[in-house]
Design a protein around this ligand. Sequence first.
Ligand code: PAN
Ligand code: ZN
Length: 187
Amino acid sequence: TPPISPMAIAFDAENLTLSPAGPTLTRRMSDLEGLFLDTDAWAAAVHGDDPVVYTVTSSPVPEIDRELPQSITTIMPGHTSGELWMTKGHQHPDHQGEIYLALKGRGGLLMFDGERTEWLDMLPGTIGYIPPGWAHRSVNTGDEPYAFLAVYPGGAGHDYGWVLEHGMGSRAYRATDGVDLRPYSAP
Ligand code: PAN
Ligand code: ZN
């Protein structure tokens, strides 16, 4: 890979796109196996229209050591048996930290270090700091798409198995006034 030159990346706040852009990842319900508590409701959604739950659009900055890539995650509004739509969630294998900036909609940042759980309300303009060693998952708590910018070390990596094994400490359910956090239980 040739070295990346200094560059400006245009962020379109209306369409939540980057230009120039790198790869875009689409996560459908079928990609979220083992994450929602109600496995039957999850399977019914998969066998229905298998909806898109979130997308991740990256900038052209590569995920390699010493680079500082960014991406925009957009989570659709919705719930599975009351459990709010969310990202898979992951741990960074070498425990690098990360920064999120909420851009649009309403959401939450759920963090878990294996013992302690933290929840941050994420409204446009909120910077959420993920300290080293905290697994992280994002949740849409509103009724429109929730989007945020993530900036992370290029060598951070994504360990999804950790979350399947340890959970996230809490589950986020829809409530009339935002979110109802319940203790984690395995599906
Ligand atoms: C984010 C996440 C993104 C999607 O860019 O990767 O929000 O969530 P999952 O990776 O858990 O599916 C980030 O935390 N990068 O490190
Ligand atoms: Zn991360």
